[in-house]
Design a protein around this ligand. Structure first.
Ligand code: GDP
Length: 429
């Protein structure tokens, strides 16, 4: 079960429970069994799921809840907290500081997406004003250095490696020294992977780690590995001091849950997820917003961060004001999609959406009343854009869905950029 489906199943289970006239032991058990089934189908480790169920039952003591208590809300909150507990090891990962040199070493099996992720990680920081550098200490896989070199060149990130030298420790040390001299603040060391866990891989990793003394070791894991995730993560943790996890290929049909339970194995947090092969298909991973989204509770802070990232700064105050007044119009949706178009590949998907052209009139674009878009107007737009009426209707459905989300935000204080995390904490509290 992919994670989006998992979220849907959990939300449905909670909804079904809410529909019951009385929430008693039987109804609660049915809801929890449904959630357990969904989590297991997503490859989350059995023990974690069982503990979660026991904990929720302990917290939600129906007999002690006086009438009038919103049981649904209490149960939903308990489920939210327990899911967060699975994903949150309780201590944050080491965070490199801009301007101060940090060495970050990447480990993982071959094919997990390690080399790609090294560049994504470097590129992410470079965009935020860091001075990253890449060192290829993977002398095992033929072509590894070329791949890193190609990625690094594309992103204009300095790199170091060798076609001749076969000792990964030597390359790693030379690379780290060189970039320290060049005052790079984020030196990323890519190490060799193997097809499976084996003694030689772990020994090599250990030696590179000992020689370069990384401030942080990041374990890269492919989200499709399922139940094997727990053991694999633990094996790596036993050889090097894994401090954080990055889960890749979350865009595919992978179940994802297994890799997420790797957190429990390494006792280290997931800090980013990979969502595609492209350099910027890489997202910061935050437990609470992630679980919020999973349970269909919305992710306000993530959305605001996205707006800050995508929308030109000079348009923001006006836009945020309109949104906080609950004024979500087709023009806003159009402009947002236009901004997303600028971001790259995802734009290709949106460019296929019908009706986002001159076919819409100013009155239609600026109205926040979907009733204005009657059948004859939709027919006109379909004809003008050469699209099927069904597609225009789908666009209106999407608009109504987004408008409904925004109507819930009405009256919310508009956060400034630095206030995001505080707001997120409040929303999720
Ligand atoms: P390594 O052997 O661990 O260094 O793995 P690579 O970085 O060479 O990646 C293996 C394959 O996975 C490549 O084809 C990458 O483009 C692909 N890949 C890496 N990360 C992602 C991701 O987040 N999503 C998708 N769809 N593909 C990815």
């Amino acid at each position: 079960m992919v994670l989006a489906q998992l979220g849907g199943s959990i939300s449905r289970a909670i909804q079904q429970m809410s529909n019951a006239t009385i929430i008693d032991e039987k109804v609660l058990n049915e809801c929890l069994n449904e959630i357990t089934r969904a989590l297991l189908q997503s490859d989350i480790q059995f023990k974690l799921v069982r503990d979660m169920q026991t904990n929720i039952k302990k917290i939600v003591n129906l007999e002690d809840l006086a009438a009038g208590h919103n049981k649904r809300k209490i149960i939903q909150q308990a489920i939210f907290n327990e899911l967060c507990k699975i994903l949150d090891p309780g201590k944050p990962a080491f965070t490199p500081k801009k301007g101060k040199t940090s060495v970050v070493m990447f480990v993982g099996l071959q094919g997990s997406g390690k080399t790609t992720t090294c560049t994504k990680y470097a590129y992410y920081h470079q965009k935020k004003g860091w001075k990253p550098a890449l060192v290829c200490a993977d002398t095992f896989r033929a072509g590894a250095f070329d791949q890193l070199k190609q990625n690094a060149t594309k992103a204009k990130i300095p790199f170091y490696g060798s076609y001749m030298e076969s000792d990964p420790v030597k390359i790693a040390v030379e690379g780290v020294e060189r970039f320290k001299k060049e005052n790079c603040d984020l030196i990323i060391v890519d190490t060799s992977g193997r097809h499976k866990q084996e003694a030689a891989l772990f020994e090599e990793m250990r030696q590179v780690s000992e020689a370069t003394k990384p401030d942080l070791v990041i374990f890269v894991m492919d989200s499709s590995i399922g139940q094997a995730a727990f053991d694999q993560a633990q094996a790596f943790k036993q050889s090097v001091a894994v401090g954080a996890v990055i889960v890749t290929k979350m865009d595919g049909h992978a179940k994802g849950g297994g890799a997420l339970s790797a957190v429990a194995a390494t006792k280290s947090p997931v800090i980013f997820i990979g969502t595609g092969e492209h350099m910027d298909e890489f997202e910061v991973f935050d437990v609470k917003p992630f679980v919020s989204r999973l349970l269909g509770m919305g992710d306000w802070s993530g959305f605001m961060d996205k707006i800050h990232e995508v929308v030109p700064m000079d348009q923001q105050p006006e836009l945020l004001q309109k949104l906080s007044e609950g004024n979500f119009t087709l023009r806003i949706m159009y402009e947002q999609f236009q901004n997303i178009l600028k971001m790259g590949p995802i734009g290709q998907v949106f460019s296929m959406l019908p009706g986002f052209s001159s076919e819409l009139m100013p009155k239609e674009l600026d109205s926040s009343n979907p009733k204005l878009m009657n059948e004859s107007r939709m027919m006109r737009i379909a004809r003008g854009s050469g699209r099927h009426i069904r597609e225009v209707m789908e666009m209106m459905e999407e608009y109504k869905r987004l408008a409904k989300i925004w109507s819930k935000m009405k009256g919310l204080k508009i956060p400034k950029k630095g206030e995001m995390s505080a707001l997120s904490r409040n929303m999720n509290a």
